[in-house]
Ligand binder design. Structure first.
Ligand code: GAF
Length: 393
């Protein structure tokens, strides 16, 4: 056991007065590309981070669940009997919702003592909530002797988030957290649930993927995400389609949408989804052949589409992208090859494909720029494509 695992096992012993039966981990994710395509039956290309949610767990002989967080010291207690949306709220709803979703699907669980720790940045668009759901889901299924495929567990975690927490997310974050592999990006077709692990090792080409947290406010449970989803559904209905993905199947050109959609807002939303799906597949091809200049351009085009057509960026993330794409000789940094906001939108993180040697310089430049504009100073790290959810001990 690593020192961190030993510390979590010790903390479990202290909190519950007995040993945990094991420790499970599920990672946060970065979405390389494919934003707001997952609930439209489209394509996404995320990868998992080394930052994880970890849960030490042990079954109980009753149907009571204690879930304690090392992050805030709070404990939620509830019974699996009578568990329903609204019974548990706040951070613990993600854990409770996962257990509720498993039981709804007919998987009988024992009561559980759960101790949670996490180093996935919260509210940054890096899927701290999916990581929590998936780590709890993996622990609970293993302790109950329930065997589920990656897709089944991800879908139950999505059900928890949709119907227990009340966030109408797609399937990307949960699938990335469960099914990702180290040094690979995960191409997911969210309609068929087919996956492909795409080699993603930038270091050998002297490149890196920079993740910058704008620290701008980012809240998905407010109405904007749901509003975008509803607008996409309206667009599909007006076009007579089951999902906007069919536009890609039919090879519809973005220029031809205007003749078919009267409402300019719906037109912009639909155009983003159509062009973003095309960009995901192009990005996957570019990545596969090491065409990094092209990959960078595709990432930047995704940002422009999120800004102009989907309207989910904020001044802080737009400024970050502009700064990352500009020369900074004074900081000894090359401009990024491409940059975009990631996740649900309205703040959170920006990623940039960069020359590995430019990390310090680019981070310094965006921090200086943020200070000058009176924005919160962003933080940054280099992303390492990592393994999906697994048992640690
Ligand atoms: C959030 C959601 F949870 C995902 O399902 C996805 O829609 C994403 O926003 C936008 O691409 O992370």
């Amino acid at each position: 056991m690593s020192a961190a695992q030993l510390a979590l096992a010790d903390a479990f012993q202290e909190a519950f007065g007995r040993d945990s039966a094991g420790i499970w981990a599920a990672p946060g994710r970065v979405n390389l590309i494919g934003e707001h395509t997952d609930y439209n039956g489209g394509f996404v290309l995320p990868f998992a981070l080394p930052q994880t949610s970890r849960v030490a767990a042990a079954p109980r002989s009753d149907r009571i669940v204690h879930v304690r967080s090392l992050l805030n010291g709070e404990t939620a207690e509830f019974s699996l009997d009578g568990l329903a949306p609204g019974v548990v709220e706040g951070w613990a709803a993600y854990a409770a919702g996962m257990l509720w979703s498993l039981e709804q699907a007919g998987h009988l669980l024992p009561g559980l003592d759960l101790l949670i720790d996490s180093d996935v940045p919260i509210g940054a668009g890096l899927s701290s909530s999916a990581a929590l759901e998936c780590s709890v889901g993996l622990a609970a299924t293993e302790l109950a002797g329930v065997e589920l495929s990656h897709a089944e567990l991800a879908q139950l975690a999505q059900h928890a988030e949709n119907d227990f927490v009340g966030m109408p997310c797609g399937i990307m974050d949960q699938m990335a957290s469960i099914a990702a592999q180290a040094e690979r990006a995960l191409l997911l077709d969210t309609r068929s649930m087919a996956i492909e692990h795409v080699p993603f090792t930038l270091a050998q080409d002297g490149l890196a993927l920079l993740v910058i947290d704008s620290l701008a406010e980012h809240r998905l449970v407010d109405g904007e995400y749901a509003a975008r989803r509803a607008q996409c559904e309206t667009g599909a209905r007006q076009l007579g389609l089951e999902s906007l993905r069919e536009l890609n199947d039919d090879g519809v050109a973005p220029e031809d949408l205007a003749a078919r959609l009267e409402d300019p807002v719906i037109l912009r939303r639909v155009r983003h989804v159509l062009t973003e799906n095309t960009r995901v597949l192009a990005a996957k091809e570019a990545l596969s052949i090491g065409a990094y200049a092209e990959l960078g351009e595709i990432l930047s085009a995704s940002h422009a589409s999120q800004r102009d057509d989907f309207e989910i960026t904020v001044p802080e993330t737009d400024t970050l992208v502009e700064t990352l794409m500009s020369p900074h000789q004074d900081h000894g940094a090359q401009p990024a090859l491409g940059a975009r906001q990631v996740g649900g939108g309205f703040g959170g993180c920006v990623i940039a494909l960069i020359d590995a040697d430019s990390f310090d310089g680019l981070l310094g430049a965006v921090q200086e720029n943020a200070r000058q504009r009176g924005y919160t100073e962003p933080t940054g790290f280099l992303a390492q494509p990592s393994a999906g959810a697994h048992r640690l001990s």
